[in-house]
Design a protein around this ligand. Sequence first.
Ligand SMILES: NC(=O)c1ccc[n+]([C@@H]2O[C@H](COP(=O)([O-])OP(=O)(O)OC[C@H]3O[C@@H](n4cnc5c(N)ncnc54)[C@H](OP(=O)(O)O)[C@@H]3O)[C@@H](O)[C@H]2O)c1
Length: 262
Amino acid sequence: MTDGLDRFSLAGRVALVNGGGGGLGSAIAEAFAAAGASVAVAGRSREPLEAVAARARAVGSEALAVTADVTLEDDAERLVGEVVEHFGRVDIVVNAVGGGAGKALHAAHEYPREAWDWIMELNLRSTIVPTQPAVRAMIAAGTQGVVLNISSVRANLGINAGYSAYVAAKGAISALTRQWATEWARYGIRCNAIMPTFVDTPQIASLLADPDFKAGIVGRIPLGRVGETSDIAGPAIFLCSDAAAFITGHVLAIDGGLTATQ
Ligand SMILES: NC(=O)c1ccc[n+]([C@@H]2O[C@H](COP(=O)([O-])OP(=O)(O)OC[C@H]3O[C@@H](n4cnc5c(N)ncnc54)[C@H](OP(=O)(O)O)[C@@H]3O)[C@@H](O)[C@H]2O)c1
């Protein structure tokens, strides 16, 4: 590897991937492991986390699976404590818990409170709650760390499909990304986000199974397809690596050109 490419390596970094057992989180955790990072993956169900940790170890990474509900302050505090105790530090936090839009489709003028609260909890609180103790640990240790949030093109684009709470949550995540970048720059902590369009993951399989819905989506994406998890991994590595040392507060579209057309 040349000196220039060394800046893309995550060797020696400790990454906490919240939602690391999920579609995007597992792809990111495994890609980080391949890029040299030690990884901790967190979620509520142990089995998928252990599977991801095993695959990370298979490429030579040190990996830890921690069960936690990251919308709960006590769980998030314990999670970060376990990561710091195990690895001695935390350098990178990826917030890959979220989604649910397809299971909470309601007309904007009738959007029910219960569904609204659930989507906000799943997407927004799950981003805020585990990031706070992780960033406190970074600040206390003088670690010039990185936070990577997962927003969505829905932060910027409406969709005629009952997505009110989801677009509001993702819009808030994009705004928080800029706010956190601004506040934490003084500590040398960077914060960016990615905003994918539809990525072929189990969570959206039922939406993409509807040929009319899929044709409508793909028809508006200039590159003519939905995303694959492999499309997410490279940009995530880049934004969390020293190659992106001067990038903070940025929300990167990973969307086959969708937002470029709007
Ligand atoms: N897939 C897409 O097309 C797409 C497009 C744009 C943006 N995104 C965003 O990308 C992120 C990941 O999506 P995905 O498709 O990878 O979803 P996913 O497969 O459902 O993964 C989400 C993970 O979060 C975990 N989780 C949920 N609630 C949790 C909680 N309270 N505490 C801890 N872990 C929790 C889940 O595991 P447990 O249930 O075991 O906890 C699951 O493994 C979301 O923010 C989503 O909005 C996805």
